[in-house]
Design a protein around this ligand. Structure first.
Ligand SMILES: Cc1cc2nc3c(=O)[nH]c(=O)nc-3n(C[C@H](O)[C@H](O)[C@H](O)COP(=O)(O)OP(=O)(O)OC[C@H]3O[C@@H](n4cnc5c(N)ncnc54)[C@H](O)[C@@H]3O)c2cc1C
Length: 213
């Protein structure tokens, strides 16, 4: 079995694709099972128990919501996410974030596109949710209109920049489908909380793709 460090090295800076142009990329990781049990057994010290005991203890901690030992482990990710999805993501406050600035830099020239077979219908019972997809012919028209909208919005943005308009103002009409990038560092306790909420079927499909990657 690969060591924790070897797994981290094999994944580091590997951009795992999500949606059409998004990704999740592991930058760094700290801590492992030993860090969790060490914290949980603070009064005994590390290395005094068998590995199988460690597994049992971790399962016990999970089952009983004894969550703070999981905060001894952290991951730092670089993510590329459409802004509408990022708006949901950033609600998770127990994380450290540095996001690409469209005041300093030209906005990333990529917007999330929706395929003709991906337009979901409004759910009848869940006012926040979706169910099923529209007829492919309607989907084709919607995707075509989306392509034109993206091109037009980018063109208007480019015209503003070319006219010397400040980036902070030129960006105001970019679509929410425009991708943003951020470094996101979070401990394992809060990552598991994020995953629990965002892998759930009630979460929006797009953010579920990131949570499930
Ligand atoms: C399916 C779904 C639908 C949603 N719909 C909406 C919506 O319609 N409108 C909307 O505004 N949001 C919505 N949200 C966002 C939701 O309200 C939370 O903001 C988001 O899920 C982050 O959860 P959190 O606060 O538990 O996480 P974090 O912000 O990461 O916080 C983690 C935990 O830390 C503790 N904590 C953090 N900050 C505080 C604090 N200030 N005081 C006390 N404890 C704190 C809490 O225990 C919290 O659970 C939705 C989320 C989901 C998953």
């Amino acid at each position: 079995m690969l060591s924790n460090a070897a797994v981290v090295e094999s994944l580091r800076w590997r951009k795992i694709p999500v949606l059409d142009e998004g990704f999740v990329c592991l930058v760094d990781a700290m801590g492992d099972d030993a860090a969790i049990v060490q914290a949980a057994r603070v009064s005994y010290g590390a290395g005094t128990k068998q590995v199988s005991d460690d597994r049992t203890l971790i399962r016990y901690l999970m089952r009983h919501d004894h969550t703070t030992p999981f905060e001894m482990c952290e991951v730092k990710l670089l993510v590329r996410v459409p802004m509408d999805c990022w708006r949901q993501w950033i609600r998770h406050r127990m994380a450290s974030v540095n996001e690409y600035s469209t005041r300093y830099s030209v906005a990333i020239d990529a917007a999330h596109r929706t395929g003709p077979d991906q337009w979901r219908k409004q759910a009848a019972s869940n006012r926040q949710g979706s169910e099923g997809t529209v007829d492919p012919e309607i989907g084709r028209r919607l995707s075509q209109a989306e392509t034109e909208l993206h091109a037009h919005a980018r063109d208007v943005y480019r015209q503003r920049l070319d006219a010397g308009i400040a980036r902070e103002q030129a960006r105001k009409d970019l679509p929410l489908s425009t991708y943003t990038e951020a470094y996101w560092k979070i401990d394992l306790h809060n990552l598991l909380h994020f995953l629990q909420l965002r892998m759930d079927e009630h979460a929006q499909w797009e953010i579920r793709q990131y949570a499930s990657v």
